[in-house]
Design a protein around this ligand. Sequence first.
Ligand SMILES: Cc1ncc(COP(=O)(O)O)c(C=O)c1O
Length: 382
Amino acid sequence: MQNQKQLFDLPDEIHYLNGAYMSPNLKAVEQAGIDGVKRKTNPTSIKENDFFEPAEEVKNLFGELINASAQQIAFIPSASYGLMNAIRNVAVKNGQHAITVNEEFPSDHLTLRKFCKEHNADLKVIKPPRIIKGRTQAWTEKIISSINEETAVVVMSSIHWMEGLKFDLQAIGEKCRATNTYFIVDGTQSVGALPMDVEKFKIDALICASYKWLLGPYSTGLAYYSEKFNEGEPIEYSWMTRKDGHDFSKLTAYPEDFAGGAMRYNVGEFSNFIALPMIKSALEQILKWGPHNIQTYCFDLLRPLRSYLEEKNIEKDDDEFVSAHLYGLFVPENVNLSNLMDDLKAHDIHLSARGNVIRISPHVYNDSQNINALLEILAEHF
Ligand SMILES: Cc1ncc(COP(=O)(O)O)c(C=O)c1O
């Protein structure tokens, strides 16, 4: 795959390695948003079927990306919203506990903490082993061995949002299935840039904000809820999620029955006339590239960085266990992280630090110049 910078409008002088913070707009996504804003200038351009049909198209595209039926997909305004929809429908027995991983993203941790308080359940936070090489596999094993018949639910990100580690989702999903444990995955930091398959990984709910690796707008997201959730209780009681919701002549018959699949979990006003065309355009482009190819592109791009770390004897986990679009670099202890971050900023190199890890998060708009610029600064610090 070739560099795709021409499809974006990133200024030439900046080195943007911060997709984990927020993706830049594709030009096509920006245009779709502008067109969306303009539509309401003349409301006659918005027809009754525009409240439903464009949403179905987006669900189909997202379903293709994650290997799920469009029926089981819903629009959410944030990951926290999508997580709450899922957790409030998790069946729990007396004495059961919940599991998450250390330093999980707050929307996940706090949602699970509320669930535990409500059900008087223990929250088990699985800590990483105190190693860097071999960390991902050992951590995955710790997670798997903590799951048993007493586990009501596991909530975790598809990759660690700070370290970029690729947990073995398939092995965790299989253990969850074998122990009747709900497996809720926050895909915000990987879906779109790394292959995802909810069937293969036996995921019960997959929650994704769209403004990072789905290249979509802020305040929009997509979630998958498996058939297990089809009779559950949604957060909202919108007219739009009902069986006859699309029949404007029957609105005041107040139909109570929800439409099938995951329709009940959609946020109210899900047919957002600005955001939906943007996310549609982004998904079409992602599917054209293919997440596997995006990952390979980023992996190749980071070769000089990994060689540099090897030369300097800086510990890292084996390459196959660290995602290439969100590469967590453990900064050596003797390095002043705050000076390093200031220096990077002064050279227009944009990335984020979380804990003692810096997240280098490239995409197909990056090229070797960006990585060389980063290496030049790193070399001044370690
Ligand atoms: C793993 C993960 N999940 C979710 C989010 C966003 O959460 P929310 O949509 O609740 O603001 C982020 C943002 O950094 C994240 O890293």
